[in-house]
Design a protein around this ligand. Structure first.
Ligand SMILES: C[S@@+](CC[C@H](N)C(=O)[O-])C[C@H]1O[C@@H](n2cnc3c(N)ncnc32)[C@H](O)[C@@H]1O
Length: 291
């Protein structure tokens, strides 16, 4: 058992057993943590919209599962305000340390805690008003079972809200072959390593399988173009984080990807074609636990 918290007086008791043996496919490097921060900056407004639609309000006690380096926990912390609290959990001790360090630099540090725990077996010892998660169910072997179990730790009427990707929908107009080749490599790596590429599309069924009411949903995504867009650096960072897994799975090699100048090549290609890159929809889904 391993617990950790930025507020040492309010440590949460976490019981853990039988962790998922598949490693997080994007790794636990500093580069991946920076990529998560970049991704969060990119989609922060989309996540905030979903959390607000779901009904996150001041005073709520929130559990953020698969918290990574703490961006959703921080956003939830802003929405629940000084009378609320957030517990973020992640299997990666390195992510949790980074999340703690980042949150310690904010004024919210006293009410946002983090703990190291595997969601396959995580059993909180407290009751929450909301369970939230972004881009995490796609990495779990049985997301419906996790939702069902965590719903047991929600108060009646409490909120379950998740935001997940629908990767197959990435496209560009007109085609940008290098960008779309990266998409194919990423999807093939996820498929070969057993992770879900369309968790967004499966959210509705997952809630029902978990015995929850059918969720309300919304789909939102970025469309990007021009030389100033962050999208080329974001795609190159995603490729960098996945490169080891891609090579191990026999999908591609560092030489074939040409990682060193990938971002510049993606940008030059898109700018030359006046392309609009349509990123995958982030699908938000939320429901309330029946009273
Ligand atoms: C793509 S990151 C998302 C991080 C954060 N939710 C965000 O949106 O910035 C997925 C996170 O899920 C965590 N994760 C994956 N499987 C997990 C498991 N079985 N238990 C706990 N955390 C897990 C990973 O360690 C990683 O930090």
């Amino acid at each position: 058992m391993e617990t950790t918290s930025v507020d040492r007086n309010r440590k949460s008791e976490i019981r853990v057993s039988g962790p998922d043996s598949r490693p997080y496919v994007l790794g636990e490097t500093e580069a991946e943590f920076r990529r998560l921060e970049m991704q969060s900056a990119f989609i922060r407004d989309l996540t905030e919209d979903v959390l607000k639609r779901a009904g996150l309000k001041p005073g709520m006690r929130v559990l953020d599962i698969g918290c990574g380096v703490g961006d959703v926990a921080t956003l939830a912390g802003e929405l629940v305000g000084p009378t609320g609290s957030v517990l973020g959990v992640d299997r990666s001790a390195a992510s949790v340390r980074t999340a703690e360090r980042r949150v310690a630099q904010t004024r919210q540090h006293a009410r946002i805690r983090f703990a190291v725990a595997d969601l396959d077996s995580f059993v909180p010892d407290e009751t929450f008003d909301a369970v939230v998660g972004r881009l995490v169910l796609m990495y779990l072997p049985d997301p419906a079972a996790t939702l069902r179990r965590l719903a047991g730790h929600l108060r009646p009427g409490g909120i379950l809200v998740f935001q997940e990707l629908s990767m197959p929908s990435i496209r560009s107009v007109p085609d940008t072959p290098q960008f779309l080749r990266c998409k194919s490599w990423i999807m093939e790596t996820f498929e070969r390593t057993g992770f879900e590429t369309d968790m967004g599309g499966k959210l509705f069924a997952t809630f029902l399988t978990a015995g929850l009411p059918g969720p309300e949903m919304i789909s939102a995504g970025r469309a990007e173009g021009g030389h100033r867009s962050l999208v080329y650096a974001y795609m190159a960072a995603t490729m960098q984080s996945l490169l080891s897994a891609m090579e191990r799975a026999g999908v591609t090699t560092a030489d074939e990807v040409g990682i060193d100048d990938l971002a510049e090549r993606l940008r030059d290609e898109a700018v030359a074609r006046k392309a609009c890159i349509i990123l995958p929809p982030f699908i938000g889904a939320w429901t309330n636990k029946p009273a």
